[in-house]
Design a protein around this ligand. Structure first.
Ligand SMILES: *Cc1c(COP(=O)(O)O)cnc(C)c1O
Length: 407
């Protein structure tokens, strides 16, 4: 049986061209970029070229790119680095309630160490209100960190507006753009972002490599000590094969974003439409319009998301409940809870994230499979039987909350 991969929010399959580009750097070009001999110089050349390619894809300058071990490290470096470099100015940080744990947990750790933290709420669709940000900024604010697009519900934040507010108020702005790069166009020449995190394995590149963009002239403390690599901000011998892979992947990912996104968004909309049509008592989570092209996140009432996940897996469909990092634990998703969802509905949620390799047939098969699973699982639910009985009596029990937002 051909399996269907619908978990691109967790990781993406590396492009064949990316793997091909990496291989020579495991074989003949194994030199250390810091060595002065010819082996080292070959490696240094590849490192420089990769930095140039990565910068070009973002509208940045090469010296503004620091390679890290991934999105998590980039987020840590930005947040902890600013707290250190701006300790004379203050220690107030602002973030949103729907951030990835790599931001939220780092911010929480900083606040345990004495920093103050404001966590902005979001609306039902997971959107941050720019006015709330404006109100939250204080004289001692040093950093605002708000993601470009959410990994669970796909909501795209008004980053242009948020970044402009921070620039105007003289506060540094960091964005976790791990889910956004390659999915939505973003040019750092046009948006006043000071720090941006990205990760290769979310854009059809290798795992364990990412980058932090640091706008020219911005000072940053460091997490690690021991060498001069990456402007001393990320010491240690560079993971050159992975860096070459990242550069190839981001070059490919940022070419013709509108065209590629349109194709994936069409599959997404097909899936959403069919799910809402064929399965009763379900809702779409996240924003109806401002959402990642590949993201489908639904809550299925009267079923456990985990049960659906296992059922789908048995039938060859790989999806995720909540986010990959929280599934397996019994805690409801902090993102869904921040959108005002109750625990029970949150537990019935499922994330299906589409990518470039998916087809309309796969979408249709998945919807049909999901419909069967839901019916089977609901067949065992007395709550669902009660609900149907009441619906049939045309009595209106608890309104179905769908996502509506101003603007
Ligand atoms: C995956 C992800 C990360 C973590 O990136 P890694 O490279 O896996 O460390 C951070 N933020 C978001 C939004 C993500 O989706």
């Amino acid at each position: 049986m051909e399996r269907i991969y619908l978990d691109h929010g967790a990781t993406t399959p590396p492009h064949a061209e990316v793997v091909e580009a990496m291989l020579p750097y495991y074989r003949q070009y194994f030199g250390n970029p810091s060595s002065v001999h010819s082996f080292g110089r070959e490696a240094r050349r590849a490192l420089d070229e990769s930095r140039e390619k990565t910068a070009l894809a973002l509208g940045a300058a090469p010296e503004e790119i620091i390679f890290t071990s991934g999105g998590t490290e980039a987020n840590n470096l930005a947040i902890q680095g600013v707290i250190e470099s701006l300790s004379h100015k203050g220690s107030h940080m602002i973030t949103s309630a729907v951030e990835h744990h790599a931001v939220l947990d780092t911010m929480n750790k900083m606040s345990q160490k004495g920093c103050s933290l404001t966590v902005l709420p979001v609306d039902r669709c997971g959107m941050v209100d720019p006015h709330e940000l404006k109100k939250a900024i204080r004289d001692d604010s040093v950093l605002v960190s708000i993601m470009t697009a959410n990994n669970e519900i796909g909501t795209i934040q008004p980053v242009m507006e948020l970044a402009a507010i921070c620039r105007e108020k003289g506060v540094l702005f960091h964005t976790d753009a791990v889910q956004a790069i390659g999915n939505i166009p973003l040019n750092l020449k046009e948006v006043p972002i000071d720090f941006l995190s990205l990760s290769a394995h979310k854009l059809y590149g290798p795992k364990g490599i990412g980058a932090l963009f640091i706008r020219k002239g911005t000072k940053l403390g460091k997490l690690m000590f021991g060498g001069g690599q990456e402007r001393k901000l990320r010491p240690g011998t560079e993971n050159l094969p992975a860096i070459v892979g990242l550069a190839k992947a981001i070059e490919m990912a940022t070419a013709d974003i509108p065209g590629k996104s349109k194709a994936v968004a069409a599959l997404r909309d097909r899936m959403i439409e069919k799910l809402l049509e064929k399965i009763d008592a379900i809702q779409l989570n996240g924003h109806p319009e401002h959402r990642l092209p590949g993201n489908v996140n639904i809550s299925v009432k009267f079923v456990e998301g985990e049960s659906l996940l296992l059922d789908l897996d048995l039938k060859g469909v790989a999806a995720s409940s909540g986010s990959a990092c929280t599934s397996g634990s019994l805690e409801a998703s902090h993102v869904l809870m921040a959108c005002g969802m109750d625990q029970q509905t949150a537990h019935g949620s499922l994330r299906l994230t589409l990518g470039h390799g998916n087809t309309a047939e796969e979408v249709d098969y998945t919807v049909a499979t999901l419909k069967d699973s839901v019916e089977r699982l609901r067949g065992m639910s007395s709550l669902y039987r009660d609900y149907r009985r009441q619906v049939e009596k045309k009595r209106n029990i608890g309104e179905e909350k769908t996502c509506t937002t101003k603007k």
